[in-house]
Design a protein around this ligand. Structure first.
Ligand SMILES: *Cc1c(COP(=O)(O)O)cnc(C)c1O
Length: 415
């Protein structure tokens, strides 16, 4: 019965062309990666889909630090943090992260988590008591939404970027505990939350602002200190979640907040308490990663990334200007997430497949991940890309546009 039921569901997914398939990365995360697809074919692709924004995932210094960490602490942690798995490396990392956010969150403490997904479940399920009210931005990441589902709080959703709507909800709220929750950089759009205004709202209405900086940490702000630093925010009302598997190039996540909040999470956050601590070697490598991100090398990588973003945006703007009938839109974005909205699902999947034929991997993103009618190529850039890589992407886009146009002309009987 179960197998039949699931088989039917799989068929329904396939009928909508929404089946997801795994590919096997046969080499390290880097712009040029050897990838084996479901049909068993292996080929080298130029990747525009990784979140390794600073190109640190295959950095030799991080590989060395990981090896050193394994030599010092062994392969595994052996237990959860509160039993015996909390190593000196974890402790040092938590202190380094607290110092990292100190200019934005005075007196903060930090807790290290195995993943950002778990950190978000932890914060929302532990702080979202019965009687609390959560105000959630419409484009929040799935892990925040799942965390909200695990909480006992009541939930209000506000439209993307609509601070006035949030303000009205806060004004009407009777709850003693109010939690505003938002991504800092929206993962499918690349734009930034209006954090200064959200923080002002939080202050005016005795609410707390929970910020998920998965895509800003390491990328934005001085020394890559993240989106809070980018906006020069400073408040004890901020609760920050940062992930360490994206720009930081390793794995894991942290929550930084007022010590009373982190102390409470330590007592109550089930995704922290009931899981084996991540290998200490990860924490050891992450200490090196923080140092790299804040170093001159980190600064140079961020400067290069900005040049790549500008080059891509100029090139796409020129392409769209040359084809005014093309209903495509490059979303406004100052981050390495550069979405090119093309509209319908079939078109985006065809474009993505055509680009792959040309040796480039640019994933198509469809509903329900994005609103209907806004299917897009989600282009992400990394500091490890070269300017020539960007030019190759621009040339490939130009050639798929030309192909599409000649097909349209043939359909219309013009050619
Ligand atoms: C990737 C991501 C997460 C999850 O982090 P992981 O460490 O990959 O589990 C959480 N929030 C946002 C906005 C993300 O993009």
């Amino acid at each position: 019965m179960l197998l039949e039921h699931l088989g039917n569901k799989l068929q329904a997914i396939a009928a909508q062309s929404l089946t997801r398939v795994l590919r096997v990365a046969e080499t390290a995360a880097a712009p040029l990666q050897q990838v084996r697809s479901a049909d068993g074919q292996s080929r080298e692709l130029l990747m525009f889909c990784s979140n390794d924004y600073l190109g640190l995932a295959d950095h030799p210094q991080l590989a060395d630090a990981m090896v050193e960490g394994v030599r010092l602490y062994g392969a595994g942690s052996g237990a959860s943090h509160l039993i015996s798995g909390h190593s000196r490396a974890h402790d040092e990392l938590e202190h380094a992260l607290a110092a990292w956010v100190a200019p934005e969150i005075p007196n903060a403490q930090a807790l290290f988590f195995c993943t950002g997904y778990m950190a978000n479940l932890a914060v929302l399920s532990a702080l979202g008591d019965a009687g609390a009210e959560i105000f959630s931005e419409a484009l929040n990441h799935a892990s925040l939404i799942d965390g909200i589902k695990l909480s006992k709080a009541s939930v209000q959703r506000y439209a993307h970027g609509d601070v006035a709507a949030l303000e009205a909800l806060l004004r009407a709220s009777r709850s003693r505990i109010k939690l505003i929750v938002t991504d800092a950089v929206f993962s499918m759009d690349g734009d930034l939350a209006r954090l200064p205004e959200l923080l002002a709202c939080a202050q005016a209405h005795d609410a707390w602002l929970i910020v998920d900086d998965a895509h800003g940490f390491g990328v934005l702000g001085p020394q890559g200190r993240g989106t809070l630093a980018h906006f020069q925010l400073r408040s004890e009302r901020l609760i920050l979640i940062g992930t360490l598997g994206k720009a930081a190039g390793v794995a894991g996540a942290f929550v930084a907040a007022h010590p009373t909040i982190t102390q409470y999470l330590l007592q109550a956050a089930r995704p922290y308490i009931f899981t084996t601590a991540a290998p200490p070697a990860l924490a050891h490598a992450l200490l090196r990663s923080l140092a790299l991100m804040a170093s001159d090398e980190g600064e140079a990588r961020r400067a290069h990334l900005l040049r790549l973003q500008a080059r891509l945006r100029l090139g796409v703007a020129a392409l769209l200007a040359a084809h005014p009938a093309l209903p495509w839109q490059l979303l406004a974005s100052d981050t390495p997430i550069q979405p090119l909205v093309v509209g319908d699902n079939a078109t985006v999947m065809r474009l993505s497949a055509q680009l792959e034929q040309l040796g480039l991997r640019v994933p198509g993103i469809r509903p329900p991940t994005v609103p209907a009618g806004t299917a897009r190529l989600r282009i992400t850039l990394c500091a490890s890309h070269s300017e020539a890589d960007i030019d190759r992407l621009l040339q490939a886009l130009a050639s798929v546009v030309a192909e599409q146009q000649s097909e349209t002309l043939i359909e219309q009987g013009i050619a």
